[in-house]
Ligand binder design. Structure first.
Ligand SMILES: C[S@@+](CC[C@H](N)C(=O)[O-])C[C@H]1O[C@@H](n2cnc3c(N)ncnc32)[C@H](O)[C@@H]1O
Length: 276
């Protein structure tokens, strides 16, 4: 018990191999207790940055920067001048700054405490003001939103808010895992019509949407409640027969019956800002 407790207090380091980061070389991220630990969604976002490094240049933002993984990866690209990370949890902001130093990009990143696109202090607000209409890209691996809704709201928040910062032609790399379904993805461009949806930039194979993780169990419960309210169906796959689609209500019932998690794919989509 004491050992488990001691281990829980230890800072963990994730080393992301070159197989994921490609030309950006290996990256390491420390995540002390109480900070965000990189997940499979982080890894696919890193892969998207690494595989599409040639379209990232100038200044960018990282919405919900956690311990800094995406901002730091982008800052490794020679044509990228500055990446500003926006993060609501102060401990994550502190860890991201340390990770920037650890990866040798401290002069090319800046991490601000922010609630969405709004910085929490005067200095941060001044930095963000200088970026309005000047950013070339926004990276975002947002969390699931509140269990009262459909879990997708932070994606809408990112795309709705992105136009304030992007210059025309600017791009958004947005994590949207497959179970959200195409209807919700198409809904994003109805909500923010100045954006063109360019499709999926990076994807995993079908993998278990691991419902033994309490956060992912809560996600599926959120989705199932949304389906019961009449919201559009989620798009999981059945682990027993992967070609068969599965709604969230079905996935939840199967997990409760058998302990089996449904399948989904972690994915990153690209949007381009093309104002009229
Ligand atoms: C899924 S994590 C991704 C972290 C990091 N980008 C990565 O890929 O590893 C989402 C992050 O968004 C942060 N976050 C949640 N709500 C936020 C908000 N309103 N404004 C800024 N950051 C937020 C969380 O604290 C968390 O660090």
């Amino acid at each position: 018990m004491a050992n488990t407790l001691a281990n829980a207090m230890v800072t963990t380091r994730t080393v992301v191999p070159v197989e994921v980061t490609g030309p950006l070389r290996a990256l390491s991220f420390e995540h002390p207790p109480g900070t965000f630990a990189p997940t499979p969604a982080t890894m696919i976002a890193l892969r998207a940055v690494a595989q599409h490094w040639h379209v990232l240049e100038g200044t960018g933002l990282d919405w919900g920067s956690g311990v800094g993984c995406l901002a730091i990866a982008a800052a490794k690209i020679p044509a990228v001048r500055l990446v500003v990370g926006l993060e609501i949890v102060p401990a994550n902001v502190g860890a991201a700054r340390q990770n920037a130093t650890l990866n040798g990009v401290a002069e090319r990143v800046s991490f601000l405490k922010a609630d969405s696109f709004d910085a929490c202090d005067h200095e941060g607000r001044a930095v963000l003001q200088t970026l309005e209409g000047r950013a070339r890209f926004i990276l975002a691996n947002p969390p699931s939103s509140s269990p009262d809704g459909d879990g997708f709201e932070y994606r809408r928040v990112v795309l709705r808010g992105a136009h304030r910062f992007l210059e025309p032609g600017g791009i958004v790399f947005l994590n949207i895992s497959e179970q959200y379904g195409s209807e919700r993805v198409l809904g994003l461009t109805r909500l923010a019509p100045a954006f063109r949806h360019d499709g999926v930039l990076a994807t995993t194979d079908y993998v278990a949407f691991d419902m033994t993780r309490p956060d992912l169990l809560l996600d599926v419960e959120t989705y199932a409640a949304e389906e019961r309210r009449g919201g559009s169906a989620y798009a999981f796959r059945n682990p027993v027969e992967p070609a068969r689609p599965m709604t969230a209500v079905e996935a939840l019932a199967q997990f409760r019956r058998t302990g089996q998690s449904p399948l989904s794919r972690w994915q990153v989509h690209r949007f381009t800002y093309l104002p009229p």
